[in-house]
Ligand binder design. Structure first.
Ligand SMILES: *Cc1c(COP(=O)(O)O)cnc(C)c1O
Length: 370
């Protein structure tokens, strides 16, 4: 009998596997904590305020209809999003998290003769999707922990099908400005599809959010990705969306499952979108939390990369061992050696109490004052 591997496509064995965090209960048990309540998780850039209460109510209401298939066209959600963003419903495609949309982009645009251009220290999923499609990944060094858009435009080759710009970027917490984006869009060939992954954009004050949707309205080859996982606090529900010119949405539509976005997610997303107060409260919590960390880290003599979003890179010396030591103190963060940043950990901004606990744990494990 041949093994599964012999039957599988030969390139599957070489794919990188995204390493998920372990359940908080398992970490608690292994480290000898009495309950998972003694542990805080500041590892996945989730919203410390939780979902909007209006989204929770919408999910309760939707629960009684779960024997029915969802609306495969997400009619009402697309209508709400189109009104909120001043685009047309046929320029929107919801997905099971924006991660699904990145995967659909791989199906539509990539093959073994193509490549993607992305920044070093940008979201790892772009590379995973490229590998699954057997496309090459061209990685462009960052400038000061920030996307170097000029170098990225120059890195494009005739085989480039997708350029990924995470703005603001995970894991660095930095962003590129409207001017940089506009210059980049002048430099890059109009034939290349540019994806602006704006997973964290709603955490910025609206006056500071770069406008990339104008390129969609102009019909440029641009795909903007947004999500309900971060500012809207619905990461567990898995819902995001792409905004792109209609011919691009039509292509992505061909490779998705007919019922890709579940009914509870559609209902919650509509309620969350309408709850602008919850997003404002989230923004305020994050900016207070950043200030709290900056004060606390300075007191510890630690450096960090200035952030515009709900997580920050903290320079701790040995990242992986500091991550382990913090975990023993009941604080889960994210080591960054996989991103080529062995001296940093990434810390998600939590509630005031969570941030305080994290700073105290950092003081304990780095031997700092505080
Ligand atoms: C968290 C995150 C996303 C969101 O992914 P979902 O699948 O929508 O949860 C997308 N891009 C980046 C860069 C992220 O950090």
């Amino acid at each position: 009998m041949t093994s599964f591997s012999d039957s599988a496509n030969p390139w599957i064995d070489d794919l990188l596997v995204y390493e998920p965090g372990r359940p908080i209960e398992e970490v608690a048990r292994e480290l000898g904590f009495d309950s998972s309540a003694e542990i805080i998780k500041l590892a996945s850039n989730e919203n410390a305020l939780g979902p909007s209460p209006k989204a929770i109510a919408a999910m309760r209401d939707a629960a009684t209809s779960m024997h029915l298939y969802p609306d495969g066209g997400a009619y009402y959600l697309k209508a709400d999003l189109a009104a909120a963003l001043d685009v047309r419903p046929d320029q929107i495609l919801p997905g099971t998290g924006s991660n699904e949309l990145i995967e659909l982009m791989g199906h539509v645009f990539l093959n073994e003769n193509s490549n993607i251009v992305m920044s070093q220290c940008a979201f790892v999923v772009y590379r995973l999707v490229a590998m699954a499609a057997r496309a090459r990944t061209i990685t462009v060094p960052m400038q000061n922990y920030t996307h170097d858009l000029e170098a990225m435009a120059k890195a494009v080759t005739p085989e480039t099908r997708l350029v990924f710009v995470a703005n603001p970027n995970n894991p660095t917490g930095t962003m590129v400005s409207q001017d940089e984006i506009d210059r980049f869009m002048e430099q890059v060939s109009p034939d290349v599809v540019v994806c602006f992954d704006e997973a964290y954009i709603e955490l910025l004050d609206p006056s500071l959010q770069p406008d990339t949707l104008k390129y969609v309205r102009e019909g440029r080859n641009v795909i903007v990705l947004r999500t309900f996982s971060k500012a809207y606090g619905l990461a567990g529900l898995r819902i995001g969306y792409a905004i792109a010119p209609e011919p691009c949405i039509a292509l992505l539509n061909r490779v998705r499952q007919p019922f890709n976005v579940n009914a509870m997610a559609q209902a919650a997303a509509r309620a969350a979108l309408a709850d602008t107060d919850h997003v404002s409260r989230t923004r305020a919590l994050v900016s207070d939390g950043i200030a709290q960390f900056e004060t606390g880290l300075a007191a510890l003599g630690l450096s960090w990369v200035p952030t515009v979003v709900n997580f920050m890179l903290v320079e701790v010396g040995a990242g992986r061992s500091t991550f382990s030591a913090l975990q023993k103190e009941g604080v889960i963060t994210r080591p960054m050696d996989g991103y080529g940043l062995p001296h940093h950990i990434r810390v998600t901004i939590g509630t005031h109490a969570e941030n305080e606990k994290c700073l105290q744990a950092l003081a304990a494990v780095t031997g700092g004052a505080s």
